[in-house]
Design a protein around this ligand. Sequence first.
Ligand code: UD1
Ligand code: CA
Length: 457
Amino acid sequence: MDNVAAILLAAGKGTRMKSGLVKVLHPAAGRPMIDYPVTAARTVGAKPVVLVVGHQAEAVQGRFRAAEDIRCVLQKEQLGTGHAVACARDALAGFSGTVLILCGDTPLLRAETLKRLIDFHRAQTAAVTVLTAMMDDPCGYGRVVRDNSGKVLRIVEQKDADPKERAIREVNSGIYCMDAAFLFDNIDSVGSDNAQQEFYLTELVAVAAGKGLACLAQCSGDAEEIMGVNDLSQLAEASRCLRRRINRELMLSGVTIVDPDQTYIDQGVAIGADSTVHPNCRISGTTIIGSGCVIDGNVSISDCRIADNCHIKAGSVLEGSELLEAVAVGPMAHLRPGTVLHAHVKIGNFVETKKIVMGEGSKASHLTYLGDAEIGRDVNIGCGTITCNYDGENKHRTVIGDRVFIGSDVQLVAPVTVGRNSLVAAGTTVTIDVPPDSLAISRVPQVNKDGWRLKKK
Ligand code: UD1
Ligand code: CA
């Protein structure tokens, strides 16, 4: 849409969050809350988006440092939403058109709703249009006061409302469209004579109504969408709504989610059709999962790329790893960052990996630690194998060639190389390189002492 700018209020500390972290940076479904209204504003084509920052300004601003369409302005003291909007004046100097005003704490707001609001505002050539909703429990929100004919008169905050006004169920979302000229001509007339002694942006509604200008309310009909997050309980509620949307979208695109109420998939995660996610999984960050995969219960996956037809078995934790076709992992395996598993690799229970590449068809089926290693194809890593990669100061690499067979209970003291097609006997501690096609064995010969137990008695 042309000629739309946005002001996004994000300077408040969020006192009711009772947290050291500023409110708008608290994550909802894996993204800081502030990301959601920014995305919605961009989707409707708002340019620029003026971000009003205050508390932990550096951190909030930091998220958008590279963004050309975002201008940050500092509100040094948080004197109220009206004062915050006034801080955006210089950043919008010369702009004429529609100013969309959004809050940093409404992560459920949809871009389609904003588009409808802007269309309505423009069709009516209004000075102010406020987005409202009917709420069964309007507690904490500003109430929309209308006259007998339904004309909007003003918005009254919970703390300033009398009992009759508190009974009103139509609430202010804190989201508005305003004509730029009206906004900046009148914002300075807003006073702070109210219960909180703050400059309320909501007062502009009464100003417009008082001047006989078109002052409208569009009732969105979806109370959930305009929900403002003021405390951690509301954050949990908003996150649940976001997850429900994410899961629904995935299911409609062909992903089987066995119990959507107990599946925690973050915003931005992609999963292909015909994959199945079992309960109690957490899938987060930049994760992309292909089609035909099975993710068993109690699995946690963050920042991974997983190709088609992989099976992640129960209780596994995967971080920053890449899995090619038809890899099987777990149960109870831990893939740490930098793990790359080529097609048909099998990682079994109680195996930990870190910064390794494992070639096609290789297996480490049980109780093993593989770190800083390069492992070829069709390699068998026996139960209890350990790459001793750390000497207390530095990390060292282990290289294992194609078709090597490592027996059980082997320690590979890095840096060390096992040449292709060699066999390392069970119980061996490998300290020197093994040439290709050989046997490495370092066992103390066994001695049997006949009748030893009997003599002891
Ligand atoms: C505000 C509205 C209320 C509405 C509700 C919807 C006012 C006076 N009240 O109340 O009518 O029902 O939102 O959620 O506008 N902020 C600043 N600088 C400030 C104060 C606030 O940037 O000086 C930012 C906050 O960071 C937040 C947003 O403005 O993102 C809203 O502030 P908040 O204190 O949450 O307002 P509410 O009390 O929820
Ligand atoms: Ca709020």
